[in-house]
Design a protein around this ligand. Sequence first.
Ligand code: NAP
Length: 434
Amino acid sequence: MGRGFTCISKNGKCTLIYQRFPCRKRESTVLNLREEIKKRINTLSQLRLDLLPGPFQQVHGHPRRVAVLKFNGSITYARHLIGWQQPQTIDKSQIRHNDILFLVPVSGAKSRLLAGTIRKIVTMPETIHDTVILGTGCAGLTAAIYAARANLKPLVIEGHEPGGQLSITTLVENFPGWPEGIQGPELIDNMRKQGSRFGAEFKMGHLSSADLSKRPIVLQVGKETIHARTLIIASGASARWLGLPSEQALIGHGVSSCATCDGFFFSGKEIAVVGGGDSAMEEALFLTRFATKVTLLHRREHFRASKIMLDRAIAHSKIAFRTNTTIEEVLGVEEKEVKGVRLKDTITGAESTLDISGLFLGIGHEPNAKMFDGQIDLDEDGYIKTHDYVFTRVPGVFACGDVQDRRYRQAITAAGSGCMAALEVEKYLEEHGR
Ligand code: NAP
């Protein structure tokens, strides 16, 4: 037995024995640790500890530098117990609740380091999820299906836009497998059921902060702290706004970014849609069901929309186009309802007013990745930068779907990348332990 903490194996279990302080100079630090331990157990010699699983030792090669205590059902991880030579890469995600080792046969010089470098005792959480998936759009749900089928019991966090963009769309005609098309919400609902069937757990909540540097990863969702070995970020992208004060003031009072949600309220009225992409065309076409006239306002002459969508909109008798036009102000702030828009011709500079009762935004989306800024790489527009499809620069953290894809942004590509992320999680956990 060396000095300090020693581990003696007894029928596969260990008993921790405290012998004597290794270094008088730093005695107070050791005493603090001792007091901490004492708070939890009465007699140190009664402390029973299990051995860590083999893979942990194989991966790191220095099991003696790892100090993880378990007593009375709670796990404590003593960081830097043997000093600064300890690899920074100790991966707590490999420690299972019931597979805990305390193996620190310190002696001589190491004992002195022990006294000087004990900094804090961190209580390990009781529940560590193998994987947490952030987002329930096409990417997140596909990741959930794959992870659940791999028996990883994913916890899927549903934010303030459950189902993502598909849940606020209408007919999806290009998702393979539905020759007649399928309603977006129905497609999402099916995916969700498929994930649940294999054991995915869903939780409503807003991610307020995340610490991706810790292992397990720490996520603050509402008042709850969630711990995960791996994270799949599939938080998608949210509707973009023009940013005009008058527009912001009238959100919910005639200004909307969701035609399928709010179109019904504009039955028999004249409205406008802003944008020149597929979203704008889709919204305009959908809104013709309710509105008497839909004016499509676009800031350029040319459209980003696919030909088929543009042609449909052009062919529709209720849709009128105004190109090279920007919105300067939404009118009706005082009345608290949209009365019209003040427009500007970008070529002539001429201003005009269009009387409408509703304004729908179809100008694209912002990636929901701000909460990870500084921890993973984001591009200039805030999209998560990934390499090899779904890898972020943080090991064990993957991103998929619209939050990292500014090029394709299709339901089927989001689903594909969700699948990739889940497969990579599986591989990561195999390599690093669960
Ligand atoms: P998008 O293709 O990026 O188009 C956004 C449009 O909004 C552009 O025309 C852009 O104008 C305009 N815009 C952006 N910011 C603006 C601002 N501040 N003021 C005025 N106009 C502004 O976005 P999207 O239409 O949402 O489409 C995204 C992706 O989803 C695309 O790949 C699309 O094909 C796909 N999608 C497919 C379907 C479908 O197949 N059913 C439906 C919806 C979306 P500029 O052109 O001048 O930049």
